[in-house]
Design a protein around this ligand. Structure first.
Ligand SMILES: [Cu+2]
Length: 154
């Protein structure tokens, strides 16, 4: 019985070590041109004064360099009270933003996040953002791994 327990314990340790060495979704992703956009705030019914910015979208190009699809399930930033994943699409002749549960990037493909389609939405900006300021954003993947992206305000 004792031998069996030791055996099981060793097996458990080995599997934990294996899991720790598994490549994560974050390690398979490369990000190009991350950008926080202020110019489109007017299109969301906000004034482009930058005196009291409430929310704005984040664009970037997410490249999946692996053979498996990856999913972004959340994002966070100290600059905003929350980040939602959004899809901008036409419904009944109107362009409407809808919250989505995840952003999927196909194997060996890239996904362009843009105002016209899928994007990250910074909601409740804590202070006005200035041009060329860098906003660190953390992308969280379905496997629990995460990646920090430095998005430039422009
Ligand atoms: Cu949005």
């Amino acid at each position: 019985m004792k031998k069996l327990l030791i055996g099981l314990f060793t097996l458990l340790l080995a599997s934990v070590a294996f899991a720790a060495n598994m490549p994560t979704a974050a390690s398979h992703v490369s990000i190009k041109a991350p950008m926080v956009d202020l110019a489109n705030m007017s299109a969301m019914g906000q004034k482009v004064t930058n005196k009291k910015p409430y929310s704005t979208e984040v664009r970037m190009d997410i490249m999946n360099n692996s053979k498996k699809a990856i999913r972004i399930v959340a994002a966070t930033s100290d600059a905003a009270s929350q980040i939602q994943l959004h899809r901008f699409k036409k419904e009944d002749g109107k362009m409407i933003m809808r919250q989505i549960s995840h952003i999927k990037v196909k194997p060996h493909h890239d996904k362009m996040l843009s105002y016209k389609g899928i994007h990250l939405m910074l909601i409740g900006l804590k202070k006005p953002l200035k041009a060329n300021e860098v906003v660190p954003i953390t992308l969280i993947f379905a496997d629990g791994s995460y990646k920090q992206v430095n998005a430039k305000v422009s």
